[in-house]
Every structure is written in C-alpha cells, then in structure tokens.
Design a protein around this ligand. Structure first.
Ligand SMILES: [Zn+2]
Length: 467
C-alpha cells in the first residue's frame, strides 16, 4: 500500500486527488475517518486517483449506479446554479500531500444536444472549434476554494463571425463566476475589502472587480422613483483641509426611504451639478425638499436647479456651527488667560461644552456650573448656544422667527466674533431657516446625520482603497 501511495505523489505533481464517488469495489476501502493519507489505491484506469468512499455506500450492494454522494452534490449544484445547455460532469476534491483539502474542481460540460450560443447576440450558432480548458472561481464549498473547469467552444455566428460561445456563469473575461462576484460583493459591504479577500482566499483585485461590477449593475437597475426629499452634505476625510479631501454626498431622506444616491469628489458647484445630473432631470424637478448645509456653492446650485423645492437648513448643521463657535470662543479665551488661576476652569472642558446641557451629568456638570458662575466668556457663549435649542420647539412660524430675531440680536451684541458670525449667517438665510418649520414631519430630521455617520464608517472600512 505504501509503495502505491508513493507512486501517487510522484505521479501527479505531488498532490492527491480524492475523487468523490466513483463506483468502488465493496469492502475494498477503509472508512473515511483518519485514514485519508493511507487510502488504498486502485490500480486500474486511473492509477493516480484516490477514491473516497462514503461509509454509507460500503453497505450497499455493488452496482453500476452512481453513488449517492456524487448525485447529491450535483443535485445541489443543479438546484442552486442551473445552466441550461450545460451539465456538471465531475466534482473532485484535490488534496495536498498531507491529506488536507486544497480545492474543489467542478468540471462542466456542454450538453451534446444543444448548440452553443454566440456570446454577443446570444443566438444559437454552429460550432467552430474548442478552446483549452479554463477555470472560474466559484463560491467556496465547505470552506474550500472551488473552481469551475470548462473548455469553452467557439462558434461561427452568421452575424459576428468566429466568437467565443456564451458562458452563462461568467461575464466578460473575468476568471470569477457571477455567483462568486455577488458573494464577494455582499461580503465586501460588511468587511473591508482586504479582510474579505483574506477570508475567502483571494486577493484584493479579486474583490475590487466584483464590487465595481456589482455597483455598476445596481446603478443600471436602480429605480429613481418617488424621491421627494434629498439631503446634500459634505464629508471630510483624511487630515488636511485640501479641496480633494472633501466629498459631496447626496442622500434620499424621504420618510419612506433613505439611501445613498450619489458621491462625488470635492464640494464645489461643479460637483453638485454633476450629482444632480446623475440623478436625472425628472428626479430633480420632482423634488419637494432639499436639505443641506449653508455651504454657499450648494445654496447657489440648489436655487438654480431645484428652485421649486423647499430648501431646508437642518438642525444638525446649525447645531454643529454653534458648537464650533463656542469652541473657538473657548480657545481664544484660554489663550488670553494663560498662566492665570482662572484659566484652570477652562481645562479639559472641550467635549463637555460640545454636549447638550441636558446630557452633561455628575462631575462634569459641577465643573460646568462652576464655569458658568465664573462669568467667563466661554460660559456665557455656551449659555447662548443652549438657549438656541428652544428654537426647535416652536410650532408657530411667527413665534419662531420672533425668537430668531431676539436671539441673533443678542448674539450680535456680544463681543464674541465666532458667535456673531453664526448669527449673521442665520440672519442672511432666515427664509431657508424657516423652511424647517414648513417641512416639519415631512422629512426625517436625523436622517442626514445618521447616513453621514454610516458613510464615515464605510470610508473607514475601505482602507486599502487603491484607486
Ligand atoms: Zn452573434
């Protein structure tokens, strides 16, 4: 037995082939478990193949029927991936010398009775010749790398001449089956591309291609109907504030559906114009609400292209502008007071000041109260920011605009330039600001913010992004 085993390893490029379910002589093979490396070898037609015999089959009578395991794998494959005109001919498990599984090879054959189809027009055409066998990566079965093997034919199409036949599990010249591309693309949404590649035993390019293909397919087949509200936002990534480090993102923020519609580089007028063009004229004309930041290029383009829609400046952006202003006041003040004992009160206060007042508790709250009593500019600026929260509680447009007037007057009389800046901004876009109340209930408030966080996670996940 040992000698026969040696000849196997030498004869077949140091690998063993375990063949699923060829008919085997009864009682010839030991049970599967543990004895894989020293399986007896049948010295017949293919001396280089080892057969794995299912223990169940050993009890059955010798017969010419195909054993159950072979039929089952084929049945499963046919149920999941049936290609009319093709049959799964043979399924083999290739093993390393130590008996560990290396890959599964599924040989596909063309159905004798069916003519091959032209890959360009998909019409049946007379055969021309046959190309050498090629392999396509398939979804891993039982955690083992799996390949489709097929020798494609060439056909003589009356219209297109001699071309390769249509291979239904493959698209273009990719060495990956469509099933595997869908599989990888789905996983690449959960893991990073590099992790996906590592988990399924392929390389980065093998994941990038399918994702690209999947996105193209999704874009070609998506339905842009029923979009009445969109959110436009900029995302900053990387460290520097260069124009290239910004992305413009368009979301759908209807209460019945939220999704990412478009992403483009930079945050210029041209970017947004491209984005709206990608959505198409009917969609843009059908918009009822547009939600965005007070970023001037966006305002200009929205006013020009989607003038019929109500332009809403949302709460999330206003709050972040106010927070930024408070932070600037704090930084300026702690710079002024450097070295004096009162400056202690401003230390380590940054994140406490950015929170909503109701969310600050415990020791942080005591420190905040101390800061407010000290009459430092930072404390007062923070109070001003907090009072603005009341603005969102108004139901009546009139009272809300009265509040806004009072608030901005107070802010403009203060001596803090950052707060004044926000107040001026709110005044100059007062009409847009008020649209918030007109659109109340129609668009989901946290939608833009929520989606924004999501895309941040996505951009972090696709580290190793090489294009
Ligand atoms: Zn053709």
């Amino acid at each position: 037995m040992g000698g026969a085993g040696e000849s196997v390893t030498r004869g077949d490029r140091r690998r063993r082939e375990l063949e699923f379910g060829r008919p085997s002589p009864p009682l010839a093979a030991p049970p599967i478990g543990g004895a894989r490396a020293s399986q007896p070898v049948q010295q017949n037609s293919r001396s280089s193949t080892l057969r794995v015999v299912c223990p169940l089959l050993q009890q059955s009578q010798p017969s010419t029927r195909r054993p159950a395991i072979q039929r089952q794998v084929k049945t499963v494959l046919n149920a999941i991936q049936h290609f009319p005109g093709f049959v799964f001919h043979d399924i083999r498990l290739q093993c390393y010398r130590d008996g560990q599984p290396r890959c599964i090879e599924i040989t596909v054959q063309a159905h004798q009775a069916r003519a091959a189809r032209c890959s360009r027009c998909l019409k049946p055409a007379p055969g021309y010749d046959q190309l050498p066998q090629r392999s396509w990566l398939f979804v891993p079965l039982w955690g083992t790398v799996t390949w489709f093997l097929y020798a494609a034919r060439r056909v003589h199409c009356p219209e297109h001449g001699v071309v390769i036949e249509h291979v239904p599990w493959s698209e273009g010249k990719r060495p990956v089956t469509i099933a595997m591309m869908c599989f990888l693309a789905r996983w690449a949404r959960r893991l990073s591309w590099r992790e996906t590649a590592r988990a399924f035993g392929t390389n980065w390019e093998c994941v990038y291609g399918p994702v690209q293909w999947f996105v193209q397919w999704g874009l070609a087949h998506r339905v842009l109907e029923g979009i009445s509200a969109i959110g436009i936002d900029e995302i900053h990534w990387g460290k520097s504030k260069r124009a290239d480090n910004f992305l413009t993102v368009i979301y759908q923020i209807d209460s019945h559906g939220r999704r990412l519609l478009w992403v483009g580089k930079r945050r210029t007028k041209a970017t947004l114009r491209r984005g709206l063009a990608a959505l198409g004229e009917p969609v843009v004309q059908g918009l009822r609400f547009v939600c965005s930041d007070m970023w001037r290029p966006y305002l200009t383009v929205i006013a020009a292209q989607a003038g019929q829609a109500l332009h809403v400046l949302d709460r999330f952006h206003i709050t972040s502008h106010l927070n930024q202003a408070v932070d600037e006041v704090r930084r300026a003040e702690s710079g002024r007071l450097r070295g004096r004992p009162v400056a202690e009160k401003l230390k380590k206060m940054r994140w406490k000041l950015l929170r909503k007042g109701s969310r600050v508790r415990g020791r942080a709250k005591r420190r905040l109260c101390g800061l407010l009593q000290s009459k430092l500019a930072t404390g007062r600026a923070w109070m001003l920011k907090e009072t603005f929260q009341d603005f969102w509680r108004y139901r009546s447009l009139t009272w809300a605009s009265a509040f806004l007037d009072v608030w901005t007057t107070r802010a403009l009389r203060s001596r803090w330039e950052p707060m004044k800046k926000v107040a001026r901004m709110l005044r100059s876009h007062a009409n847009l600001r008020m649209n918030w109340f007109k659109a109340k209930g129609e668009i989901s408030a946290g939608a833009v913010e929520g989606l924004n966080n999501k895309i941040r996670v996505v951009t972090r996940r696709s580290y190793g992004f090489r294009t």
